[in-house]
Design a protein around this ligand. Structure first.
Ligand code: SF4
Ligand code: SF4
Length: 92
């Protein structure tokens, strides 16, 4: 049975991916904070001048890819979760 999570804003449901789909290369991170600023789900923090992704990001990420888009240093890798996992929009 897949884990089923309600995100912190209660607007979407996320079926947690069994695999990672975002990663950050700290050797490339220049600490610009763009990812921290852009993430609407507040999943990025700065620590020691480097961007850190919340370990439980898979429970809340809306797969907007904004963090990937705004990183001018190619430090962030983004793919979509495998089929059947990730964000689920519901009618209502
Ligand atoms: S946007 Fe890229 S370079 Fe800037 S803090 Fe985030 S990971 Fe680092
Ligand atoms: S894809 Fe969007 S929601 Fe997910 S970590 Fe990046 S900016 Fe945040």
């Amino acid at each position: 049975m897949d884990e089923y999570h309600l995100n912190k804003r209660g607007l979407i449901n996320v079926i947690e991916s069994p695999v990672d789909f975002i990663s950050v290369d700290h050797a490339k991170c220049m600490g610009c904070k763009n990812c921290v600023i852009i993430c609407g789900m507040d999943l990025w923090k700065m620590r020691g001048g480097k961007a850190m992704l919340r370990p439980d990001y898979k429970k809340f990420c809306t797969e907007c890819a904004s963090c990937y888009t705004v990183c001018d240093f190619d430090a962030i890798e983004f793919t979509f979760p495998p089929g059947g996992y990730g964000i689920a929009y519901e009618r209502g």
